[in-house]
Design a protein around this ligand. Structure first.
Ligand SMILES: NC(=O)c1ccc[n+]([C@@H]2O[C@H](COP(=O)([O-])OP(=O)(O)OC[C@H]3O[C@@H](n4cnc5c(N)ncnc54)[C@H](O)[C@@H]3O)[C@@H](O)[C@H]2O)c1
Length: 372
């Protein structure tokens, strides 16, 4: 078994720090697998790169990400830069023979996502996307509840994802307001609920979407105003296989919502409710409960829900967002070692991208789109 693996990190913002925490913490949490050696870190310039390398525990630093890709000691590359860079960086890393752990969404253009999936196949390297929410032990537990037929035949799935970081009409225009970042809530956001759908049910077979912009323009740092190019709100109808109906509502300008991903699964014998803002608990309603005691019961995350036990031996104490990234990192290393792993790789991720682009097409053409 490989005893170490050389890590490169590109980008050190919100997600860059999250990946760095995962690479630093994984060995202490799981104990198994190769020890990550933090080799090289890249940022937009040498000064930021050096500062962040010192903070995150990386040895070398560079203001040119291509230098990191060319480093033979780097075996796996974390790509945590804005969406527009994912394709170029991931493909360059794969072509250099590195494994890739790339943040979602996969790419802005569908053609780029296709090139990324092709590059991963051609390089025979592991390429995995940052769909951390699928790693929640309680999302695995939902899969188990469904497999056990506890809520019977599923007939309706409802997904919502809301945050309020774009809710202020006077919030500065930034890269997420630019068309170069994608459609907006749909690919920035929608891919997360779609990743949950993917692991629990697979891909929608047809979609109908409506996208909207709550604010036409935003102030710039220069004191001017700039037209917003992305859609902060998306409403989608979808169908899963065998006629299961679905609704997905996305809003990144929803005051008061901080990290809400609500999943409701309705079946012939019960209902499951999950909310990411309270992600250490599940609500379960089953008709088989005593008629005098019908109502939702709360299931608290506990060591029985692996891999919660690798973090905390006590039930009800709760995991945190960064812990999901540590689990994701562990699944990535399992896949690199050739083991079964719970990951959304570039191949499956391409399916999510196709779904998102079909939703955007549906909005523009104002009709249902079947997904092949
Ligand atoms: N998985 C999740 O839950 C999740 C959450 C937030 C963001 N994301 C994704 O992570 C990615 C980054 O988002 P973020 O919120 O961390 O953004 P951010 O703006 O906080 O960080 C991006 C970083 O990339 C650096 N960067 C930009 N261009 C670069 C270049 N050419 N070379 C090296 N570094 C460069 C920036 O300086 C910055 O430090 C996006 O694709 C976003 O969609 C995922």
């Amino acid at each position: 078994m490989k005893t170490s693996i050389g890590v490169g990190l590109i980008g050190t913002g919100y997600m860059g720090k999250c990946h760095a925490l995962a690479w630093n913490g994984i060995k202490a949490v799981f104990g198994d697998g190769p020890k990550p050696v933090l080799v090289h870190l890249a940022e937009v310039n040498a000064e930021i790169a050096r500062k962040k390398a010192d903070e995150f525990g990386f040895d070398k630093s560079t203001g040119d990400w291509r230098e990191l890709i060319g480093d033979p000691a780097v075996e796996v590359v974390s790509v945590t830069t804005p969406n527009a860079f994912h394709a170029e960086m991931a493909i360059a890393a794969l072509e250099a023979g590195k494994h890739v752990w790339c943040e979602k969404p996969m790419a802005v253009a569908l053609a780029d996502a296709e090139r990324m999936a092709a590059a991963a196949k051609a390089a025979s390297r592991v390429a995995v996307l940052g769909y951390n929410y699928i790693q929640n032990p309680l999302i695995r537990q939902i899969g188990q509840i469904l497999a056990d037929d506890t809520i019977g035949t599923v007939n309706h799935v409802r997904l919502e994802m809301d945050e309020d970081f774009m809710a202020d009409p006077e919030a500065l225009f930034y890269w997420k307001s630019e068309a170069s970042s994608g459609y907006g809530a749909l690919d920035d956001f929608g891919v997360h609920p779609l990743s949950l759908l993917q692991v629990l049910f697979g891909r929608p077979t047809k979609v109908f979407a409506h996208l909207s912009k709550p604010y036409a323009d935003r102030p710039t740092r220069e004191g001017t105003r700039r037209a917003v190019e992305t859609f902060d709100i998306a409403s989608v109808l979808f169908e899963l296989g065998e006629g299961v109906s679905g609704v997905m509502a996305l809003d990144r300008s929803a005051w008061g919502r901080k990290g809400r991903i609500v999943l409701q699964i309705f079946g012939s014998k019960g209902t499951i409710v999950f909310d990411q803002e309270r992600f250490n608990e599940l609500q379960l309603y089953v008709t088989s409960d005593r008629p005098t005691e019908l109502g939702f019961r709360t299931i608290l995350a506990a060591p029985q829900h692996a891999p919660y036990d690798r973090f905390i031996p006590a039930p009800g104490h709760g995991l945190g967002f960064n812990d999901l990234k540590i689990i994701e990192c562990h699944e990535l290393l399992k896949r690199i070692a050739g083991q079964d792993a719970r990951v959304i790789d570039f191949d499956i991720g391409l399916g999510i991208e196709r779904t998102v682009h079909a939703m955007a097409q549906s909005h523009h053409e104002q009709r249902w789109i079947n997904i092949a």
